[in-house]
Design a protein around this ligand. Structure first.
Ligand SMILES: Cc1ncc(COP(=O)(O)O)c(C=O)c1O
Length: 377
């Protein structure tokens, strides 16, 4: 199994990372301890503090305080809890995009059904591109929430966080960013962009595994928020269990409500530590270096890239348009089965999303394999 895994060239971090070795090891150690003695080692105190390593590493990555970070099982779950906490009411609207990953929008759709608020989604063009002005045009005095995927999963389009944070705040709205396709590869500094919420899953660019995600919550909001999801862990002192009352922690951890796969969270902390050690700016420069190879080689072969490539909008994701007589799903299957290369098919395009574990040689191998499949010189 391992031997096979090592044969894969995973160029699909926008889909699922090859779990960082440090994360896998930490996760396994935690699981082995549980399998050998239950709570013998992972005792009540360990369980209480189990989110801390991840809160620390994520805070360091975003340049915020540990108290601004909470941990959950998935990005979707955290967005749901935030959506119910904010729950815009009658006459208010929530602005986002049609190109969004469904989890960026559905939690708000559910809330809008309950409270009669309006969902407004900006359209996209034939290249899956959303004109930022089309988003801005939807914001008005009744907008309560602007929610965007920082990087759109299907095109790699990245939004200017400062532009949209200012637009939301000027209208008296809050901004909620789903950074699942950027956190861990593109630098986000909460002191540079005044954001209200940032949520990210852990099994993509942060190189953890399924079962752990993080959210940043602006400290100005902590004490005013009643999370949508509550459980025994929501109480300030989680082991003082009395169902007749609860007192929420004063910081972002009030959004932590239940047991999770702690091994995934402990592992994710380790893989983020690695990103922090390399430096997120260096990780991003490395990503540019790798995707530049794809761009140059596609240009030489006259293959069109639909992802925006300017400095303000590019991301770690590159989507290639293939000739009409080929089916992107079929090409992706060929790449996987015949060459051991993992990329994804999204909206008829080939989506490539390499990361810090990849090498330039692997990118050239992908390009040469793709050219063989497409019968290009
Ligand atoms: C932008 C975005 N948000 C959220 C998710 C899903 O996150 P989770 O599986 O942690 O709910 C994805 C998965 O592809 C995504 O691309």
């Amino acid at each position: 199994m391992n031997e096979k895994k090592n044969k894969w060239v995973n160029l699909s971090y926008a889909n699922i990372a090859t779990t960082a070795e440090v994360a896998h090891k930490e996760n396994l150690e935690w699981a082995n301890s549980l399998a050998s003695c239950g709570a013998g080692e992972f005792d009540a105190n360990s369980e209480k503090n189990a989110m801390m390593p991840l809160r620390k590493s994520a805070a360091s990555l975003l340049n915020c305080e540990i108290s601004d970070i909470c941990v959950g099982s998935s990005a979707t779950e955290l967005i749901c809890s935030i959506a119910w906490a904010l729950a815009p009411k009658n006459g208010c609207n929530i602005v986002s995009t049609q190109a969004s990953f469904p989890s960026t929008v559905y939690p708000w759709t559910r809330v809008s059904m309950e409270f009669d608020s309006e969902i407004r989604l900006a359209p996209y063009d034939e290249n899956n591109y959303t004109n930022p002005n089309d988003i801005l045009k939807l914001i008005d005095k009744n907008t309560s929430i602007l929610t965007l995927s920082h990087v759109e999963y299907s095109s790699g389009q990245r939004y200017d966080l400062n532009l949209f944070a200012n637009a939301a705040h000027d209208a008296g709205a809050l901004i909620v960013i789903d950074a699942t396709q950027s956190m861990g590869v593109f630098p986000i500094d909460v002191h540079e962009s005044e954001l209200d919420f940032i949520v990210s899953s852990g099994y993509k660019w942060m190189r953890g595994t399924f079962g752990a995600a993080v959210a940043y919550i602006n400290p100005k909001l902590h004490s005013s928020l009643m999370p949508g999801l509550l459980g025994f862990r929501s109480h300030n002192d989680m082991w003082d269990m009395q169902a007749k009352r609860f007192e929420l922690p004063s910081d972002a951890s009030r959004f932590e409500f239940s047991t999770i796969n702690f091994g995934a969270a402990l592992g994710l902390a380790k893989s983020i530590d690695q990103i922090n050690q390399m430096g997120i700016n260096n990780v991003w420069q490395n990503s540019i270096k790798l995707t530049d190879i794809i761009i140059n080689e596609c240009n030489k072969s006259h293959l069109t890239i639909i992802s925006p490539l300017n400095d303000l909008e590019r991301s770690g994701i590159i989507c290639i348009q293939i000739p009409d007589d080929f089916d992107s799903k079929e090409v992706v299957r060929n790449l996987q089965e015949d060459y051991g290369i993992l990329v994804t098919s999204r909206s008829g395009y080939i989506r490539i999303s390499p990361h810090m574990d990849n090498t330039p040689d692997q990118i050239f191998y992908f390009i040469n394999s793709l050219k063989k499949i497409l019968q290009l010189k």
